[in-house]
Write a protein that binds this ligand. Structure first.
Ligand SMILES: N[C@@H](CCC(=O)N[C@@H](CS)C(=O)NCC(=O)O)C(=O)O
Length: 111
């Protein structure tokens, strides 16, 4: 994310939040995930089925993951993974993604 760990915490969290905002505004679908998380797999499988590309951040494989999760918690009200964004809006986690898909609402959101 290009953020140094030596930044004061306020500056750091602002930079992390800005980086998330930039990412979700530049990609139709963004998934903040962890490689071993079954709910994350559930969300990824839905978009794979739809052949919908997504920007994927595996938080167990990046630096600053705690700060990113904190920022996601503040932005979306939930700190768990996955955090799934469509067109800049958080649609929730894995169960939410699957439920929206089954109702056909996810497909509508992607149009
Ligand atoms: N109901 C949530 C459950 C998500 C959940 O429990 N995720 C776990 C990982 S499998 C989590 O975020 N645990 C805390 C953490 O990894 O920081 C969903 O469907 O997304």
């Amino acid at each position: 994310m290009g953020v140094t760990s030596s930044s004061p915490s306020g500056e750091m969290s602002g930079a992390v939040t800005n980086a998330i905002r930039q990412r979700i505004s530049q990609n139709t679908v963004v998934i903040y995930s962890k490689t071993y998380c079954p709910y994350c797999t559930m969300a990824k499988e839905v978009f794979d089925k739809l052949r919908q590309p997504y920007d994927l951040i595996e938080l167990d494989q990046v630096q600053d993951s705690e700060q990113i999760q904190d920022a996601l918690g503040k932005m979306t009200g939930t700190r768990t993974v996955p955090r799934v964004f469509i067109k800049g809006q958080c649609i929730g986690g894995g169960t939410d993604t699957q439920s929206l898909y089954k109702q056909g609402k996810l497909q509508e959101m992607l149009k």
